[in-house]
Ligand binder design. Structure first.
Ligand SMILES: C[S@@+](CC[C@H](N)C(=O)[O-])C[C@H]1O[C@@H](n2cnc3c(N)ncnc32)[C@H](O)[C@@H]1O
Length: 156
């Protein structure tokens, strides 16, 4: 199974890019993770935020391969402990499809994107900046692979 991260936002700051690259490297055997960045919709004077959210949604949906399991990162989604995420990972693997994780823009996901999602995953009640969400997602996926493999990285 391969994973794809489709995220609104371009050009991560170096400290995020380095952290993300580190976990992506650690994941490369167990869960190869490919990143697709989506240009944020245009916001500001005279621009309608709803239009920007809709444009981001169209671009996210266009980047999705047809037969892929979709998990939208969303503050109103399901909360999973790291152990529950590891169990999810095993279920996703048994499902036999590749998996896509979606991170929205400054105003969250378009309704069409949430409608396409098979699951919604909340990292907790805090609203996190999208760049940090990439990093936490990559680390938690790595942690989940180590839990499944019985590797001592996870010591809860
Ligand atoms: C700055 S947040 C958007 C906040 C927006 N007000 C909302 O209601 O979704 C940008 C993206 O980061 C992700 N995100 C932020 N905090 C999150 C959390 N606690 N759990 C899951 N995803 C989160 C979501 O994909 C969100 O669309």
């Amino acid at each position: 199974m391969k994973a794809r991260l489709i995220a609104v936002g371009e050009r991560m700051p170096a400290w995020v890019a380095e952290g993300f690259a580190e976990y992506r490297k650690r994941l490369s055997h167990e869960l190869p993770l490919e990143l697709t960045e989506i240009k944020p919709g245009v916001r500001g004077k005279g621009r309608d935020d709803a239009r920007a959210i809709a444009d981001e949604g169209v671009a996210i949906l266009a980047a999705l391969p047809r037969d892929i399991h979709v998990v939208a990162l969303d503050g109103r989604g399901k909360l999973w402990s790291s152990e529950e995420l590891a169990a999810q990972l095993e279920q996703w693997r048994m499902g036999g499809r590749d998996i896509a994780f979606l991170i929205g823009g400054p105003d969250g996901h378009a309704p069409d994107v949430l409608a396409r999602a098979d699951q919604r995953w909340s990292l907790g009640p805090l609203t996190l900046p999208h760049m940090l969400v990439r990093l936490v997602l990559a680390e938690q996926l790595y942690r989940a692979t180590t839990l499944v493999a019985g590797h001592p990285y996870h010591r809860a």
